[in-house]
Design a protein around this ligand. Structure first.
Ligand SMILES: [Zn+2]
Length: 517
């Protein structure tokens, strides 16, 4: 049996041989028949690979009945993400590969691996070919991913110089987050940008800015935009900036290239915060929907490509304790990011213990000696339980045991389906013990631990909450998973298949080099 199967396989492989093409041949053929495209959009989810997309998809389906726009795009491909120096890339090397078409070392922006040669990005080529260019991000605009499209630097950390490259690029629209590493006075990059003809707008000025301006540099904040999960509903997010960028560029009546980065999926991957991560993916998906609406109005002139630069966190959907049950919907109980929850824990401690004393310890003692002796204030584990329940829906049950037969569980089990779904939010005895142990680390004897205690409570609560939601993490850094590259519109088919991330730039460069009438 085995032998005849092997023989059949060998025969079929032999028959298939004459039609087999190498990836390079296929690509060369594909890039021969490209059609002209006026409007080219590239979206990059920083830290977004298949697990991040599927987590947001499952959450969206189970809460709204609708999946993600990016997962419904007609052409789906895979990109390998390794850099010239590392199997696991950073955002500078992957950004450079996607922007410029060449693999470089981790840390480099728009430069080759040796750090000697500047690489031309698809955005720079677009500008050279007479297109308008827009660059948008939810994080800082001189961070690694957006920087890869306009800057050339041996190190992603040279934020100020990267900011100067931003102005030099002459690109038409920069929007979303502001600059990091800016300087004061005459060296202020926003002032220098104004001198170079940019209309610079900040916060409330942004929605009112004159779209007939020559070039726009608009930011909602001095740093990054708020996390999607923490963002006030009336504040502009990535979708609103994307809409403004299109409205602005359409007035120029020229073909254009636009890159939009959903930057904070990566951040929440680093902090292993599933509820915040999926909302960031959904926020980018909302911006993609803006382009899908645009594409329907300009079906013969639009190409939309959505990719990620790498995976972050080693996210898996399914966790040992949850077996075959998916409870990703539980992440809907999370009201704020883990970063914001850390603040809330510290604010509660400040309220109970009084504000933290600053200044050198010697002086502190002196002051204490001059004060009348006070009653020692302490924070207790019971004090923070309501905060945990309020922000994650997690339920403390005094009678919980590891057999899960506490009083709250018994009540929920006998109630309706919605109540029974809440069962998964009841903390077991061992989970409660883990949080209490973290509390005692952060607040030993009911006092602040100082430097040693860190944010043990928030980190432990989020870890337990994610696992109860059937989500697991294996890393606080990036991983080497390939990412999905999805596309829609004119020439979309060339993004099918499996290829290197640097091929994305090669394909895009070929596409924007086809003259548009
Ligand atoms: Zn990262």
């Amino acid at each position: 049996m085995k032998r005849s199967l092997f023989a059949a396989l060998a025969a079929s492989a032999f028959l298939a041989l004459p039609t087999f093409q190498t990836a390079a041949q296929t690509e060369a053929d594909q890039l021969k028949d490209l059609k002209p495209v006026k409007y080219v959009f590239l979206f990059i989810g920083d830290g977004m690979s298949l697990p991040q997309r599927m987590m947001a998809e499952e959450f969206s389906r189970s809460t709204t009945g609708k999946g993600l726009t990016i997962n419904a795009m007609p052409v789906q491909g895979y990109s390998k993400t390794s850099s010239a120096s590392n199997f696991i890339t950073d955002s500078a090397a992957s950004g450079t590969a996607i922007a410029c078409g060449e693999k470089t070392n981790n840390g480099r922006i728009g430069m080759d691996a040796e750090g000697k040669k500047d690489l031309e990005s698809v955005a720079e080529l677009a500008k050279k070919n007479g297109r308008s260019v827009g660059i948008l991000t939810s994080i800082t605009i001189n961070h690694a991913t957006p920087a890869s499209f306009y800057a050339h630097n041996v190190s992603r950390d040279n934020y100020y110089d990267i900011g100067l490259d931003l102005i030099k690029s002459g690109f038409d629209y920069f929007g979303g987050g502001g600059l990091q590493g800016n300087r004061n006075g005459d060296n202020d990059i926003y002032k220098l940008a104004e001198k170079e003809g940019y209309t610079v707008a900040y916060k409330d000025e942004v929605p009112k800015v004159d779209l007939k301006a020559d070039k726009l540099f608009v930011r909602g904040h001095n740093g990054q935009l708020p996390y999607a999960i923490d963002k006030p509903a009336d504040e502009w997010g990535l979708a609103e900036y994307t809409q403004q960028c299109i409205d602005f560029l359409m007035l120029k009546e020229k073909p254009f290239f636009v890159m939009v980065e959903g930057g904070n999926i990566d951040h929440h991957g680093h902090s292993n915060d599933a509820g915040a991560s999926l909302r960031e993916t959904m926020e980018m998906d909302r911006a993609v929907s803006v382009i899908m609406d645009f594409a329907k109005k300009h079906p013969n002139d639009t190409l939309l490509v959505v990719t990620g630069d790498h995976e972050t966190g080693g996210l898996t959907l399914g966790f040992a304790n949850t077996q075959y049950e998916s409870s990703i919907y539980l992440l809907g109980n999370q009201k704020c990011s883990s970063d914001e929850f850390k603040n809330k824990v510290n604010q509660l401690a400040d309220k109970i213990l009084g504000p933290r004393r600053m200044g050198p310890p010697g002086r502190r003692q002196e002051n204490q000696e001059n004060q009348a002796p006070q009653e020692e204030k302490t924070i207790k584990f019971d004090d923070i339980k309501p905060l945990i329940t309020e922000n994650f829906g997690l339920i403390f049950d005094n009678q919980s045991s590891n057999g899960n037969n506490g009083a709250v569980q018994a009540n929920l089990r006998s109630a309706d389906r919605n109540a029974r779904r809440k069962l998964n939010l009841v903390l077991s005895k061992s989970e409660q013990d883990r949080i209490e142990e973290a509390f005692n680390r952060q607040f030993p004897n009911g006092k602040r631990a100082g430097f040693g205690g860190g944010d043990a409570v928030a980190n432990t609560v989020v870890a337990i909450f994610d696992n109860k939601s059937s989500v697991g993490w294996t890393s606080g850094a990036h991983t080497a998973l390939p990412v999905d590259t999805s596309s829609y519109g004119v020439n979309a088919s060339v993004f099918g298949g499996m290829y290197e991330n640097s091929d994305i730039a090669k394909k895009l460069k070929a596409i924007i080099s086809v003259p548009v009438k």
